[in-house]
Design a protein around this ligand. Structure first.
Ligand code: AMP
Ligand code: MG
Length: 325
């Protein structure tokens, strides 16, 4: 590489500040957001890469740092229902779902309000906005102090394994973002459930909150989420969450040379949940994929996971992670 090119490349690197979750560190994180910077923040689902959702330039930095396609819209994080109502046209179903599940791992997609200040880039120029009030106390404190909506996709390179700890964030984004707020491991471990109203309530992405829970809350049928069907949400990439290794799913035998990700009472390299708890498996999923991938195996084989409840979200992530494009 010649001198000139090396110089250009170095100019894009920034020092990533490692922050904790003390009051003064949270204030620092908020001041970075105010000046249009990028901060990785803890949420209960996975770590998010946050920027001021009302600042086009700040939002475009998220897409650049992650290498995320511009057609993949971002979830807008809010401090409460009232803040969400400034950006989306509320309806009765939204009221019911948010009263029951917020703060928490549920995102709802609604038409944007006429005077919504959310950056067009964040919504991939769609007439709708996806909003969520996270349950993590540090995320909430940042949102309260910032007092503005924050766009925050998962803090990883686009298409790669999501981050549930700051080690994962650093592996992907060190020197590409201004700061990381460390608050330990994410407890839910998979991304939020996304519900859209088209106009029937439809699950666009499975998550910790199951389709049954959404349907029970609404007292209504929800449109069938069909893993095999066409892509109904923009940016729902077929290949996603991918380790470098190939994934072999539903493995009931183990083959030589593979790294073995188990579930239940099986011999393996690492077990998502010996006691077959799907929430424990979700919490461990991305971390264990990071761990096994770090051995650079050709293949990671994975035990079958029951396709029910939170297992729907786990299998969705595993399936996308197994597709290499
Ligand atoms: P994440 O990558 O976790 O930030 O989740 C973003 C996903 O939320 C996108 O891939 C879309 O499927 C969905 N989403 C976000 N904003 C919208 C929107 N305005 N309309 C429809 N879906 C959206
Ligand atoms: Mg993501």
């Amino acid at each position: 590489m010649d001198q000139g090119r090396r110089h250009v490349r170095r100019k894009h690197l920034v020092k990533t500040e490692n922050l904790g979750s003390s009051q003064s560190d949270i204030e620092k994180a908020v001041s970075i957001l105010r000046r249009g910077g990028l901060v990785a923040i803890p949420t209960e689902t996975v770590y998010g890469l946050a920027a001021d959702a009302t600042n086009e330039e700040a939002v475009s930095k998220i897409f650049k740092a992650k290498g995320r396609p511009a057609h993949n819209p971002l979830i807008i994080h809010v401090k409460n229902i009232k803040m969400a109502q400034q950006y989306v046209q509320w309806n009765e179903a939204a009221e019911i779902l948010t009263m029951k599940f917020w703060p928490g791992p549920l995102t709802i997609v609604l038409p944007s309000t006429k005077n919504s200040q959310v950056a067009k880039t964040a919504c991939a120029n769609l007439p709708s906005v996806a909003v969520r009030m996270p349950g993590h106390p540090v995320a909430l404190e940042i949102l309260r102090q910032f007092n503005r909506p924050v766009a925050a996709p998962s803090a990883n390179l686009s298409g790669k394994i999501s981050s549930t700890s700051i080690d994962h964030v650093l592996k992907n984004l060190n020197q590409k973002i201004d700061a990381i707020v460390d608050a330990g491991n994410s407890t839910v471990g998979v991304e939020s459930t996304i519900v859209a109203f088209t106009p029937l309530p439809t699950i666009l992405r499975t998550g910790f909150i199951t389709p049954e829970a959404v349907s029970n809350a609404l007292g209504a049928k929800i449109a069938n989420y069909d893993n095999e069907g066409p892509v109904i949400a923009p940016g729902q990439l077929r290949s996603h969450y991918a380790p470098n290794a190939k994934l072999r799913l539903d493995a009931i035998d183990w083959r030589q040379g593979e790294k073995k990700l188990g579930f239940g009472d099986v011999e393996c390299d690492i077990n998502l949940s010996k006691g077959k708890s799907l929430s424990e498996a979700a919490q461990n999923l991305f971390n264990f994929l990071h761990v096994l991938d770090s051995f650079n195996p050709r293949t990671i084989s994975v035990s079958p996971i029951p396709n029910e409840g939170i297992g729907l979200a786990i299998n969705d992530r595993l399936k996308r992670a197994s597709i290499q494009e």
